[in-house]
Design a protein around this ligand. Structure first.
Ligand SMILES: Cc1cc2nc3c(=O)[nH]c(=O)nc-3n(C[C@H](O)[C@H](O)[C@H](O)COP(=O)(O)OP(=O)(O)OC[C@H]3O[C@@H](n4cnc5c(N)ncnc54)[C@H](O)[C@@H]3O)c2cc1C
Ligand code: SF4
Ligand code: SF4
Length: 505
C-alpha cells in the first residue's frame, strides 16, 4: 500500500527532493505549491521505498499499512488529488511518466563567487532557521543570529499547539541547524532595543530580517478592553510558556467560550480548551495552564466565522486531525450547509465541505454530550463585545448572508451569544522596525523577492524572510522556500556586487 502524507505536513517539500520517482506534489516549482494545504503522494506511482519518511522533519509520511485509524482519511485525501481511487474522478497533477526523472533533482549550490560573508539574521523562528540552513550550504558564509527571547525557534516553540507533537518535532531539525559551527545564536538580544539596525548593518555584510508578525490584527469593535476578552495569541502564549505571557491569567470557569475567527489557531485553541487535561499531561503544555485547565468549567467552545463554511479559514488536514484524532463532541448546524457548493476545481474545498456535512449529521451518546463540546457557527460578524461592569458577558453578532462568490452581506438580524471568555483569532500583523521601511496596511517590510525596498529603491544589503516578508500565511515549511528565494536574491546581489553594505565598500 502506498505511502500517505498526513496531518503534520508543514509543506517544506523535503520529501519532494527525496522521492526517487517524483510522485509527491505540488512541488515548489508547480502552480499551487504556495496555496496547497499539504503535499500529496500519488498512490499509483509511489514505489514504497520509504525515502520520504526519513526526509520528513515532522514524521508526516506514513506507509499505508501503518496508518492509525485516525489517519486513514488521509489516504483518500492524497489519492483524491490525483484522481486515482477517487470518488471525484479528477486528475489534479497529471503525471507524464515519460517526463519523469529517474531521480528527483536536488539543487546543490555552486561556490559563492565572492569573498567571506558575515551575515546577520534577526529572529530565530522557522524562516530564520531555513535562511541559515540555506546560507550555510555556502562554505564562506558565517552567521550571527539575534533572538530577543531566551529560547530559539519562534512560533515553532511558542505557537504550535503542545498536543501537535509531530509538528513541534521540527525543532529537532532546527537544533541540528543551530549546532552548525559557522552559526552563532545570541539569545536575549532585541534588535531595535539592544542595538540598532544601522549598527547591525555596519557590522555585517548583509542583514536578513526574520522577525515574524508579532501582533494580533485588531477586532475593531467596542468592548475589547473588558476583562475576559483576549487575543487567542495570548492564550496560546500562556499555554506554551511564552515569556511575554508569563503573567497572563485566564478565568476558565464560565461554561462558554467564544472564539472569533475560524483559522487553524482557532481550532488549536478550541481543541486545547475542550480536551481532557489528562491527555495533555505528557505534552509540553505549561504546567500552570494545565492546572487551570484541570479546574475549568467550560462546557462549550463556539468557533465563529464571519462567512460561510466554504470560506472557513481552517485547513482540511487540521479539520481531519480535530475530528478523527481527538474525536470531540462537535456540532455543525446542517442549516449552515444548505445550498453551499464547492468549487468543482477545488478538491480540498470539496472534501472540507463533505467532512463538515458528515459532522452535521452526527448524533452523540449521553456520555459524549456530557463532555465539553465544540460548535462551529458561520455567517456571524462580531458587532460588539457585550460587557457587564467591565467584564465580558458575551458577543453581539450581526448575521450575514453569504453569496456564491463568498461575499458577506448583513441581513439586519442580530444574535447575542453569552460567554465568560471571548478570544479573538482573526490573524496577525507585523510591526514596524525602526530603521527599515514598513507597509502599515499589509504589515510587511516591502521587498522584491526578499530584497528590502524603500519605494522602488533597494536598501543595500538588507533582506527579509518569513511572515514579515509575505504576511502571516502558510505553514512552517512554507518558510523554507520563502527563505530560499531571499537567499537566492542575496547571492545574486553579492555576486554582482550590488547588495553589499557600506562596511566593505
Ligand atoms: C498559534 C500558531 C500556531 C501555529 N501552528 C502551526 C502548525 O501547527 N503547523 C505549521 O506548519 N505552522 C503553524 N503556524 C505557523 C508558523 O508558526 C509560521 O509559519 C512560522 O512560525 C513563521 O516563521 P517566522 O520565522 O516568520 O516568524 P516567527 O516564528 O514568529 O519567528 C520570529 C522570531 O523573531 C524574533 N524577533 C522578533 N523581533 C525581533 C527583534 N527585534 N530582535 C530579535 N529577535 C526578534 C521573535 O522573538 C521570534 O523568535 C502557527 C502559527 C501560530 C501563530
Ligand atoms: S515511499 Fe518512496 S516512492 Fe513513495 S512517495 Fe515516498 S519517496 Fe516517493
Ligand atoms: S512536512 Fe515536508 S517532508 Fe513532510 S510530508 Fe510535508 S512537505 Fe513532505
Amino acid at each position: 500500500m502506498p505511502h500517505v502524507v498526513t496531518q503534520a505536513c508543514c509543506g517544506d517539500a523535503s520529501c519532494v527532493y527525496a522521492c526517487p520517482v517524483n510522485c509527491i506534489h505540488p512541488t515548489p516549482d508547480e502552480p499551487g505549491f504556495g496555496t496547497a494545504e499539504m503535499l500529496y503522494i500519488d498512490p499509483t506511482t509511489c514505489v514504497d521505498c520509504g525515502a520520504c519518511v526519513t526526509a520528513c522533519p515532522v514524521g508526516a509520511i506514513v506507509p499505508g499499512h501503518r496508518l492509525k485509524p485516525e489517519q486513514t482519511r488521509f489516504a483518500e485525501v492524497n489519492a483524491a488529488q490525483y484522481g486515482a481511487n477517487s470518488i471525484l474522478g479528477e486528475v489534479r497533477f497529471p503525471v507524464d511518466m515519460a517526463k519523469r526523472l529517474p531521480l528527483a533533482p536536488v539543487a546543490t549550490p555552486g561556490p559563492l563567487r565572492a569573498g567571506p560573508q558575515h551575515v546577520a539574521i534577526v529572529g530565530s523562528g522557522p524562516s530564520a532557521m531555513y535562511a541559515a540552513d540555506e546560507l550555510l550550504r555556502l562554505p564562506n558564509v558565517t552567521i550571527t543570529m539575534y533572538e530577543r527571547l531566551d529560547a530559539p525557534f519562534g512560533l515553532a516553540r511558542y505557537g504550535v499547539a503542545p498536543d501537535h507533537t509531530a509538528t513541534r518535532a521540527v525543532m529537532h531539525l532546527f537544533d541540528d541547524i543551530a549546532r552548525h559551527e559557522r552559526l552563532r545564536i545570541l539569545l536575549g538580544v532585541e534588535v531595535g532595543r539592544d542595538l540598532t539596525v544601522d549598527e547591525l548593518r555596519a557590522r555585517h555584510d548583509a542583514v536578513f530580517w526574520a522577525g515574524g508578525a508579532a501582533t494580533d490584527r485588531p477586532l475593531g469593535v467596542a468592548g475589547t478592553d473588558a476583562v475576559g476578552f483576549a487575543a487567542a495569541t495570548s492564550l496560546v502564549g500562556w499555554y506554551n510558556d511564552h515569556p511575554d505571557f508569563a503573567d497572563a491569567q485566564f478565568d476558565l470557569s464560565a461554561p462558554r467560550v467564544i472564539v472569533i475567527g475560524n483559522g487553524n489557531v482557532a481550532l488549536d485553541v478550541a481543541r486545547i480548551l475542550t480536551a481532557d487535561p489528562t491527555g495533555l499531561e505528557s505534552t509540553t503544555i505549561a504546567r500552570g495552564a494545565l492546572d487551570t485547565l484541570r479546574r475549568k468549567g467550560i462546557r462549550e467552545v463556539v468557533v465563529v466565522g464571519r462567512r460561510g463554511p466554504r470560506e472557513a479559514a481552517f485547513t482540511l488536514p487540521e479539520l481531519i486531525g480535530l475530528v478523527d484524532h481527538q474525536d470531540p463532541t462537535i456540532f455543525v448546524d446542517p442549516a449552515d450547509l444548505v445550498g453551499v457548493t464547492a468549487d468543482p476545481d477545488n478538491i480540498t474545498e470539496q472534501e472540507k465541505l463533505a467532512l463538515l456535512r458528515e459532522i452535521s449529521q452526527r448524533t452523540y451518546t449521553t456520555e459524549e454530550l456530557a463532555r465539553p463540546t465544540i460548535r462551529f457557527a458561520f455567517g456571524l460578524a462580531p458587532a460588539e463585545i457585550r460587557t457587564e461592569n467591565g467584564t465580558v458577558s458575551g458577543v453581539r453578532f450581526a448575521r450575514n448572508t453569504i453569496a456564491a462568490d463568498g461575499t458577506a452581506t448583513p441581513t439586519g438580524e442580530i444574535l447575542d451569544i453569552d460567554a465568560g471568555l471571548v478570544l479573538s483569532s482573526v490573524g496577525y500583523h507585523g510591526v514596524a522596525v525602526p530603521g527599515l521601511p514598513f507597509d502599515e496596511q499589509s504589515g510587511v517590510i516591502p521587498n522584491d523577492a526578499g530584497r528590502v525596498v524603500d519605494g522602488d529603491i533597494p536598501v543595500p544589503g538588507v533582506y527579509v524572510t518569513g511572515w514579515i516578508k509575505r504576511g502571516p500565511n502558510g505553514f512552517i515549511g512554507t518558510n523554507k522556500t520563502d527563505s530560499a528565494q531571499s537567499v537566492a536574491s542575496w547571492r545574486h546581489d553579492v555576486e554582482t556586487r550590488s547588495g553589499r553594505l557600506s562596511r566593505g565598500n
